[in-house]
Ligand binder design. Structure first.
Ligand code: SF4
Ligand code: FES
Length: 251
């Protein structure tokens, strides 16, 4: 059995396993620490935005750490809203606001902070992406790998190779759905969806008419040999339940 520790976060006693990440302990104890690059779908994707910084005090010595990758190894006091943390988080948010001025979530988090001293910083026009990498992670975890980070410096961005429609994209929207700032745009009408410069037909459930996704995404999910489903999960479950009821009635 793993060793248990008791730590204090903003004065509240919290029990955790040795090695558990501080952010996870705080969250389990309903103590809110702001995050941008964390997603429950990708547990290992951390430490990109630095918004989750906290102050950790051990034996009277305090230092600032990134809570989502800070393993608790000994008893400590943690401060998520100390003056130092609020100041440093404001600096990080100001930098992100210059990187992604059109990202509403960053603007909302930054509201009222109005920091001076950043006048010489380049603001990237019409940008929402903070380069957290969650979308690339989502795409590669599906095995599609249609997007990656390209270019350098202020031109750095997430894109398909050579900004061309990718033959590997399946139009599943995993990238857009995981993005914390709404940076990945797509359009959809009654029959088609367009994302990353590629247009896909939409697939609907033959029974209830619910949108199921794209044929390419379903094909990718079932593999080359599998049959693309024609009914949605809910209708399939209903069928299964009916079949089971029928079976039990006649045994
Ligand atoms: S597009 Fe969104 S998810 Fe992808 S790197 Fe940018 S902010 Fe992160
Ligand atoms: S949430 Fe910890 S660095 Fe982004």
């Amino acid at each position: 059995m793993s060793e248990m520790l008791t730590i204090r976060i903003d004065g509240k006693e919290c029990t955790c396993e040795k090695g558990e990440y501080l952010y996870d302990v705080a969250r389990r104890n309903q103590i809110a620490i702001p995050v941008l690059c964390r997603s429950d779908a990708f547990e290992d994707h951390r430490a990109c935005c630095r918004i989750c910084i906290v102050e950790v005090e051990i034996r009277g010595r305090r230092k600032v750490d990134t809570s989502c990758v800070y393993p608790v190894e000994q008893e400590c006091d943690v401060y998520t809203k100390s003056e130092k943390i609020l100041e440093e988080r404001a600096v990080i948010l100001t930098l992100l606001a210059h990187r992604a001025p059109d990202a509403k979530r960053i603007a909302d988090m930054n509201a009222g902070m109005g920091m001076d001293g950043f006048e010489r910083l380049v603001t990237i026009d019409h940008e929402k992406c903070i380069l957290c990498g969650l979308c690339v992670q989502a795409c590669s975890s599906l095995g599609t790998g249609a997007i990656s980070t390209v270019m350098r410096g202020t031109d750095k961005k997430v894109d398909t190779p050579y900004d061309k429609p990718s033959e590997f994209c399946v139009g599943c929207l995993s990238c857009a759905n995981v993005c914390p700032t709404g940076a990945i745009e797509y359009t959809q009408d009654e029959r088609t969806r367009t994302i990353w410069n590629r247009t896909f037909d939409l697939l609907f459930c033959e029974e209830c008419g619910e949108l199921m996704g794209t044929p390419e995404a379903e094909r990718h999910a079932v593999g080359a040999e599998g049959d693309i489903p024609t009914v949605c999960d809910a209708c399939r479950k209903k069928h299964l339940a009916n079949e089971m009821m029928h079976t039990y009635r006649y045994v």
